[in-house]
Ligand binder design. Structure first.
Ligand code: HEC
Length: 117
């Protein structure tokens, strides 16, 4: 019984600490860009030509393999876009596109594509 209440208290402290930390991060304003799938709807016209409307069918499968990004994990998409933009990952057309995107654009596009099945 005593152990149990100690544990409960420990978890309460832990939970409070975690929410304080995320509050502090929110205040600092960094790393808190939130993707908005709705906002991405005006941006996906840049991607549809190659990645396909639902992400299943590429327009030019005979020219190059276009990976399916619909349903991908949002973090994975943002990381891939940042890597293309920085040159850490190279592919000419994706680099050119990624360099035009803001971090907010990337987050929005990631939210949109990750929400597709
Ligand atoms: C000109 C055709 C083209 C356009 C337009 C295009 N892509 Fe791509 N994309 C590709 C190809 C080809 C690859 C694979 C490149 C490689 O092998 O690294 C790719 C890769 C990716 C990847 C990495 C996928 C993975 O599985 O690692 C992401 C994420 C991505 N594109 C997102 C986008 C977004 C978002 C847009 C619109 C802003 C976009 N792409 C527009 C052709 C395109």
């Amino acid at each position: 019984m005593k152990l149990r209440s100690t544990l409960t208290r420990a978890f309460a402290v832990l939970a409070a600490t975690t929410s304080l930390v995320s509050y502090a991060q929110g205040q600092a304003g960094d790393n808190t860009i939130k993707g908005d799938a709705q906002a991405a709807r005006s941006k996906i016209s840049m991607c549809i030509g190659c990645h396909g409307i639902e992400g299943y069918k590429a327009s030019f499968p005979e020219i190059y393999h276009v990976p399916k990004i619909a349903g991908q994990n949002a973090e994975y998409i943002v990381t891939a876009l940042k890597d293309y933009a920085s040159g850490a990952r190279t592919f000419p057309s994706m680099e050119a596109i990624a360099q035009t995107l803001s971090e907010q654009d990337m987050a929005d596009l990631a939210a949109y594509y990750s929400s597709l099945k």
